[in-house]
Design a protein around this ligand. Structure first.
Ligand SMILES: CC(=O)N[C@H]1[C@@H](OP(=O)(O)OP(=O)(O)OC[C@H]2O[C@@H](n3ccc(=O)[nH]c3=O)[C@H](O)[C@@H]2O)O[C@H](CO)[C@H](O)[C@@H]1O
Ligand SMILES: [Mn+2]
Length: 363
């Protein structure tokens, strides 16, 4: 017996029990603090945490998303500080007067954006029409999309075609799938092009509203050339037309006949958007396609066809329903423009040069 009345072996045992209890308490409090952090985290980080706690049950799952500790590290990640007095680009407009960002190379951090969306579990519907001879563009569109378009995210392609059996088999990455939907072939290319609004509206109502969170509607005579990442996602997204982004509003080829539902007066207009890509949340794109479809019908009843078909109606819509994000012409280039000007640092998605007389039934 020592002077405190506890034998040395017993003292070591009690010390051991105490340490074990201390470690247990530390782990318990660590767990408690995670939900507290969560409530202060942005949405994407919250999702990351949730996924981790689920996946940590199954230790065999490959490529685990960030742990809560890693999330903290991520929040302190070593990226360049945004400087309030130093604009990332001073050669281009990076925000609209209604405070929507305009996305250009150099204005965002791709790694940061990717890590924000990595475990977000969102699905992006992507519609593409390949009717008549335009089926020839589909393979390149899909193959290059699998290389560059929203890599690592869930993408559901909806291919609308009159020849389902001709849709090429393209290997899709994990989490990506394709639905083929048969549509009629109208005899005029203008009709094929402008019917897209109606068909997209209907398909959103029938299934896309259940199957996806965001949607992009794209032309098929296009190829991806480099990253098209989740920096493009937004509630309502329009893209600057590569031929018109330097022009003033009076030079835009808006519909100028007051009889048309797409009419825009000379003294109005922000940008000229190209109809080869538009997108946003499924809800907003549904509203857009519904309104444009209605306006197309109104024009049709007056025997009117807007100067650039659905593109004229899209421009009307986006003038009076401001997009929440605008993509620069990096996201919609045209190979016919040749080399890139100084302000376009990267070509991400571009229209291929096509022989209109060869691919269209009527020109
Ligand atoms: C540079 C230029 O002049 N651009 C205009 C032209 O774009 P584009 O020349 O890009 O129109 P386009 O021929 O690519 O047609 C639009 C899309 O409709 C689909 N499609 C069209 C025809 C067909 O036979 N089969 C088929 O599947 C296909 O997905 C195609 O990508 O016409 C559009 C008409 O809406 C817009 O007004 C564009 O601003
Ligand atoms: Mn096109």
């Amino acid at each position: 017996m020592n002077k405190k009345g506890v034998k040395p072996p017993l003292r070591y045992f009690l010390l051991f029990v105490f340490v074990i209890l201390l470690l247990g308490a530390a782990r318990y409090f660590e767990r408690l603090t995670v939900p507290m952090h969560r409530s202060f985290c942005p949405q994407s980080v919250v999702t990351t945490n949730v996924t981790r706690s689920a996946s940590s049950i199954n230790q065999n799952r490959p490529a685990l998303p960030a742990t809560p500790q890693e999330v903290l590290q991520l929040r302190r990640a070593n990226y360049e500080q945004p400087r309030a007095l130093i604009p990332p680009r001073n050669d281009v407009l990076t925000v609209t007067p209604w405070l929507a960002p305009i996305v250009w190379e150099g204005t965002f951090d791709p790694d940061m954006i990717d890590s924000m969306y990595k475990s977000s579990n969102i699905t992006i519907a992507t519609t593409v029409f390949a009717v008549g001879k335009y089926i020839q563009f589909l393979r390149d569109f899909l193959e290059t999309a699998e290389k560059y378009y929203l890599s690592g995210l869930r993408v559901h392609y909806y291919v609308f075609t009159d020849q389902p059996q001709e849709v090429p088999r393209v290997e899709l990455a994990v989490g990506r799938n394709i639905s083929i939907i048969q549509v009629p072939k109208y005899s005029r290319w203008q009709e094929i092009s402008l019917r897209r609004m109606e068909i997209i509206q209907r398909t959103i109502e029938e299934r896309i509203h259940i199957e996806a969170d965001y949607i992009f509607c794209m032309d098929v005579d296009m190829k991806f050339h480099s990253r098209w990442g989740p920096e493009t996602l937004g509630t309502l997204v329009g893209v600057l037309h590569p031929w018109y982004y330097e022009f003033t509003r009076d030079q835009f080829t808006y519909e100028r006949r007051p009889e048309s539902a797409a009419y825009i007066p000379m003294e109005e207009g922000d940008f000229y958007y190209m109809a080869a890509v538009f997108g946003g949340s499924v809800k907003e794109v549904h509203a857009l396609t519904k309104k444009c479809h209605e306006h197309l019908e109104v024009d049709k009843s007056k025997d009117l066809e807007a100067i650039w078909q659905e593109e004229s109606h899209l421009n009307w819509y986006l003038l009076y329903n401001k997009p929440t994000k605008v993509l620069s012409p990096e996201y919609l280039w045209d190979d016919q423009k040749g080399g890139l000007p100084k302000d376009i640092k990267v070509k991400r998605f571009s229209a291929v040069i096509k022989n209109k007389w060869e691919v269209r039934d009527n020109v």
